[in-house]
Design a protein around this ligand. Structure first.
Ligand code: FE2
Length: 234
């Protein structure tokens, strides 16, 4: 039975990061206790293509009620890798995001921006044999979040991946290149310099579909020295 390499903490934000205020309420104050990797940590969950709906990976279509969602269509694609760059097929990715106005479909989001009846902001897919995934979605707006005076989150898409085992679970956020809010955002800034840049997607003219949508590439590494940083939200 193969074991999973230890997490490289140099790639991830600390549990407590004072400028990101709510981490002080939920971050552990005592050292973590390593536990032995046993069968239950090293196997499953296992997901199959049969559990996915036909439109699950297309957020521009999966919640349509009376028309197209508003906003700029984009394509987000990339590869999922484990330790040493090994490509990971059959890996479930789930994403969630605000709409083009910066509003989530969630009862706790009371931002004064309109909801879109044709956009839910949730999607999922499974990587193919070469570890690739692909989503169609809407580029969403910045939103205020009350962490400090005049705090606005940069554009981001939330990602959750399980990988081959429970130990390779990763929850992270994908950001867009050139966003002026990145240098002001305590969540993005909480990841170590040199690692946080791995959360920024690259614009790609090759992925861009003529006359339809811009394309972005976001590769995700679940473990090892080049791991994509985790986010410190519940
Ligand atoms: Fe968010």
């Amino acid at each position: 039975m193969n074991t999973i390499s230890p997490r490289d903490w140099a790639s991830h934000p600390p549990y407590l990061h004072a400028p990101y205020r709510s981490t002080s309420l939920r971050g552990p104050t005592k050292p973590l206790i390593p536990i032995q990797q046993t069968l239950s940590e090293l196997t499953g969950p296992v997901y199959g293509h049969e559990s996915l709906g036909r439109l699950d990976a297309d957020l521009t279509k999966n919640a349509r009620r009376n028309g197209e969602p508003l906003g700029e269509r984009i394509i987000v694609t990339g590869r999922v890798m484990g330790d040493d760059g090994r490509l990971l097929p059959d890996t479930l990715l789930e994403i969630w995001q605000a709409n083009a106005c910066g509003r989530y479909v969630h009862k706790t989001d009371q931002h004064d921006a309109p909801l879109d009846p044709n956009f839910l902001g949730g999607g999922r897919c499974v990587t193919d044999d070469e570890g690739r995934y692909r989503f169609y979605t809407i580029k969403h707006g910045a939103y205020p979040w009350g962490n400090h005076h005049n705090a606005w989150r940069p554009n981001h898409i939330h990602f959750s991946l399980f990988g081959p085992t429970l130990l390779t679970r990763l929850v992270t956020q994908m950001y867009f290149p050139g966003d002026p809010l990145l240098e002001l955002d305590p969540i993005y800034q909480s990841a170590p310099a040199g690692a946080r840049e791995r959360m920024i997607a690259n614009f790609s003219i090759d992925v861009t579909e003529p006359g339809f949508a811009l394309g972005y590439v976001f590769d995700i590494v679940l473990r090892g020295r080049g791991a994509t940083p985790m986010e410190r939200t519940p």
